[in-house]
Write a protein that binds this ligand. Structure first.
Ligand SMILES: Nc1ncnc2c1ncn2[C@@H]1O[C@H](COP(=O)(O)OP(=O)(O)OP(=O)(O)O)[C@@H](O)[C@H]1O
Ligand SMILES: [Mg+2]
Length: 213
């Protein structure tokens, strides 16, 4: 399975989502490879802060050749997750055309929601080549009880793709885990963020990725 975490908007949580999901799936016993396709190399740096063994393989491939490379890698791993760069549509597009699932993290802010039209248009173009591509939106950095978060969920329902039931809340432990060179499931296994990523992983596994044309 190939999952691409994508949104041209910078700072919406692509690296946080892809690394922590990779950690949760690895904890479930899957062989997981994280492909860092961002020239900034954030996922590579995160992995580099790790003191010991890291449960997920991480490689850098910041080039628009993912359509050729990912299917080959997907044969060797149970799951390949791609962390994509902000902007740089050619790189993201080359991953989307061979992906099974696109996850679009969005923050509950009007600025992030407005720019959502760009990722929708990029995915629409990828779908013309990859007709089986399934897309889900992920609300990231949700803040408990705020009107903005509630309104954002309403606004996200206007998008042409479904929203995951699970949202990822804004939590400081998610930034602290990076400093520790760990994914959240190893950094704070019993914490609420780990629970959210586990629920998200369950939701992903329940999607019938083979049913699209
Ligand atoms: N749910 C969250 N709770 C707290 N902090 C978060 C959360 N999600 C992301 N962050 C923080 O927000 C910042 C941006 O997140 P991240 O780097 O994952 O976004 P990105 O989309 O990968 O950014 P870029 O477009 O630059 O690659 C980071 O400092 C990260 O630690
Ligand atoms: Mg990133």
């Amino acid at each position: 399975m190939i999952i691409v975490v994508a949104n041209q908007k910078g700072g919406c949580g692509k690296t946080t989502t892809s690394m922590n999901l990779a950690g949760v799936f690895a904890r479930r016993g899957m062989e997981v490879l994280l492909v860092d396709s961002d020239p900034q190399g954030s996922a590579m740096k995160w992995r580099g802060l790790s003191q010991g063994a890291f449960p997920v393989g991480v490689i850098a491939l910041p080039m628009p050749v993912l359509d050729q490379e990912l299917p080959r890698l997907a044969k060797k791993y149970d799951l390949v997750i791609v962390d994509s760069p902000p902007g740089m549509e050619t790189i993201t597009r080359s991953a989307l055309v061979v992906a099974d699932l696109a996850i679009v993290p969005l923050q509950p802010s009007p600025l992030d929601l407005w720019s959502g039209t760009e990722i929708v248009s990029l995915i629409r173009r990828a779908e013309q080549i990859n007709r089986g591509l399934v897309t889900r939106l992920l609300l990231n950095r949700k803040i408990q009880g705020t009107r903005l978060s509630r309104e954002s969920v309403e606004a996200l329902r206007e998008f042409p793709y479904p929203l995951f039931e699970t949202a990822i809340y804004q939590r400081i432990a998610l930034a602290e885990a990076v400093t520790a060179g760990q994914t959240i499931i190893d950094f704070f296994p019993d914490g609420p963020s780990s629970g959210e990523y586990m629920a998200l992983a369950e939701e992903i596994l329940s999607i019938d990725l083979g049913s699209s044309p």
